[in-house]
Design a binder for this molecule. Structure first.
Ligand code: ATP
Ligand code: F1X
Length: 303
């Protein structure tokens, strides 16, 4: 079974307007609310690919209830830990540029955390846990390390999509996949990635430091995949970007969902690129139909 963990889920409130003027009352042209949070996005994309998975994380309050209701129609099993606080609302402003304000998230009590950790006791070596996204501000930042410890005790495998020190520490535990974007890779190794050679050098370092597979996503400039043996480049695909939030999560889902079924690295990377791009070209997480349409345009080269 694939389990996704979203410690800090969200309702993503997306508002569109022509221009955003700071310090003024702005009037929106439209608004939409989507279920959000990185692990939940991974779960939803896996669902589109008809891959069974269970979503773990913390949900609470009226926002948590709404999120749970919207997820009912999707192909994923919900096994969230209920909390007293309100699940956060993240504001995504689509104007000339995209501006995001991600909320801190609710407080998690020691008791709620203990109930959440009990879930890890059922893991076996057949399971893969996808750990994604931020830690609610008032939760101990070592929570990722604690989860990794429990995952390894059970012999399960994991994918991790986080940043900075949490990612650095996790590399030594041999994640199946990591997927920093360009900015996150630069921050991880404290370098500026000025050239293509820098990207290749530091992308390869993720493997040297322990990752089994590493995708470096480059938004509208494509993506790189590093494996133990080789490295691939996916050419960018042209299209109308609707809402790029969740593109990276979709890549992770496309890759790991396919790899666990086939262990075919190249095919997994193709589905990853198709899934990420299809989500960038959709308002919400991409549908299976959109992923299949984009898949026809994916071109991968060895570099
Ligand atoms: N503007 C775009 N045009 C074409 N493809 C895109 C675009 N944005 C994203 N993609 C596709 O989606 C993949 C992941 O996007 P990106 O690098 O933005 O991930 P990310 O920063 O993790 O995104 P997010 O945090 O919003 O989920 C890219 O490698 C690319 O394949
Ligand atoms: O604050 P975090 O946990 O880093 O990111 C949360 C978030 O921006 O990530 C998803 C897109 O990847 C959105 O659905 C959600 O709002």
């Amino acid at each position: 079974m694939i389990y996704t963990v979203t410690l800090n889920p969200s309702l993503d409130f997306i508002t569109r307007l022509e221009t955003l003027t700071l310090g003024e009352t702005n009037r929106a042209d439209s608004e939409t609310i989507f279920p959000g949070g990185k692990g939940i996005n991974v779960s939803r994309l896996l669902g589109q690919l008809a891959i069974d998975n269970t979503a773990w994380g913390f949900l609470g309050g009226f926002t948590g209830q709404h999120l749970q209701n919207t997820l009912r129609d999707t192909h994923l099993t919900q096994d969230f830990t209920q909390i007293a606080g309100n699940t956060r609302i993240n504001l995504k402003i689509k104007a000339t540029n995209e501006t995001e304000i991600n909320a801190t998230g609710p407080a998690i009590t020691a008791q709620e955390l203990a109930i959440f950790f009990q879930k890890f006791d059922c893991l076996t070596h057949d399971d893969v846990v996808v750990l994604s996204g931020s830690v609610p501000k008032r939760l101990d930042s070592h929570v990722y390390q604690q989860m990794l410890h429990k995952i390894q005790l059970c012999g399960a495998r994991f994918v991790i999509d986080t940043t900075g020190q949490q990612l650095k520490t996790a590399l030594a535990d041999r994640p199946l996949l990591v997927k920093p974007n360009r900015r996150e890779l630069a921050q991880l190794y404290d370098t500026d990635l000025a050239t293509q050679a820098d990207l290749l050098r530091w992308g390869r370092q993720l493997i040297v430091d322990g990752a089994q597979h590493a995708i470096v996503s480059l938004a509208g400039e494509g993506a790189l995949l590093f494996t133990q043996q080789t490295q691939y480049f996916a050419k960018p695909i042209k299209g109308q970007v609707q809402n790029s939030a969740g593109a990276g999560d979709s890549m992770i889902a496309g890759f790991i969902g396919t790899w666990l079924q086939s262990e075919d690295v190249l095919e997994s990377f193709k589905i990853a690129v198709a899934s990420g791009t299809a989500t960038a070209f959709s308002n919400d997480i991409a549908t299976k139909q959109k992923i299949e349409e984009i898949y026809q345009q994916v071109i991968i080269t060895t570099i």
